[in-house]
Design a protein around this ligand. Structure first.
Ligand code: UDP
Length: 237
């Protein structure tokens, strides 16, 4: 691709973002750094950047084929990808098919309980505040998204869940929950950020073994092995 990498714009917990010679495009560079509990727990998951880059790109391309517009443009290397330069909507959208993590803590329901329908949650993206849970009224009242944008975001999040739940079931994995983010791009809302074992809960369908970042969060060991196993399931190696 005919673009040049320019200055670093931002370094986050798991990725660096660079400007390019095209103002409409950015380059993301995935790191092996891992954090949890809003940055309190830190570590390295060897090879994670490569896995998250390649898995995200695979999933974004699958979603595009199903009619979901995403920020994906082109994979440049194992860790680096060209994406559209979106303005991120300051909301984290979580879809849940199985009770786990903070939902289990908040409700007292055991991890593994299956709700009667997928649950969509909104969180306000703010590291200082620890990403507090909000509802759509907060998002509208404080101008974090318009009503039209929220409608697109919620409809797309449910569609992404339907597609991914089916896809992962086909490779013997329960999609327990996941977080996605959206961006504004030339007047449209499109899917952005990553979809990886850092941002999803994956359980082996038969054994319910955890194949995601919970192994890091909960000091369970076998973190790298779980990330590699997810790549193998998807057929990426
Ligand atoms: N998640 C994420 N980033 C966040 C918070 C959550 O990617 O800042 C993902 C997490 O990996 C899980 C889902 O969103 O797949 C639901 O997370 P939960 O609310 O249970 O929070 P946690 O237990 O991870 O604190």
């Amino acid at each position: 691709m005919d673009i040049e990498q320019k200055e670093q714009l931002y370094e986050g917990k798991a990725k660096k973002v660079f400007a390019t010679s095209d103002p409409d495009l950015l380059i993301v560079d995935y790191k092996d750094d891992a954090t949890a509990f809003n940055g309190v727990k830190r570590g390295t998951i060897v090879g994670k950047g490569v896995i998250n880059n390649r898995m995200t790109n695979y999933i974004m391309q699958m979603l595009e084929k199903e009619g979901v517009e995403t920020h994906y443009v082109e994979e440049l290397s194992d860790r680096r990808t060209v994406v559209k330069n979106v303005k991120i909507v300051p909301l984290e959208v979580i879809m849940r098919n199985v009770v786990a993590g903070s939902l289990s803590k908040r409700t007292g329901l055991p991890e593994g309980e299956i709700p009667s329908m997928p649950i969509l949650e909104l969180y306000y993206k703010s590291d200082e505040l620890g990403d507090p849970m909000i509802n759509s009224d907060h998002a509208l009242a404080f101008g974090w998204a318009t009503a039209d944008e929220l409608a697109v975001i919620e409809k797309t999040a449910r569609k992404v869940n339907d597609i991914l739940k089916k896809f992962f079931a086909g490779v013997g994995v329960d999609l327990v929950d996941f977080k996605i983010e959206f961006g504004r791009y030339h007047g449209k809302i499109i899917l952005a950020d990553e979809i990886s074992p850092d941002t999803c809960r994956f359980w082996d369908s038969k054994t319910k073994e955890k194949l995601d970042k919970d192994r890091f969060r909960r000091d369970m060991g076998g973190v790298e092995g779980a990330y590699h196993e997810m790549m193998r399931r998807i057929g990426l190696k």
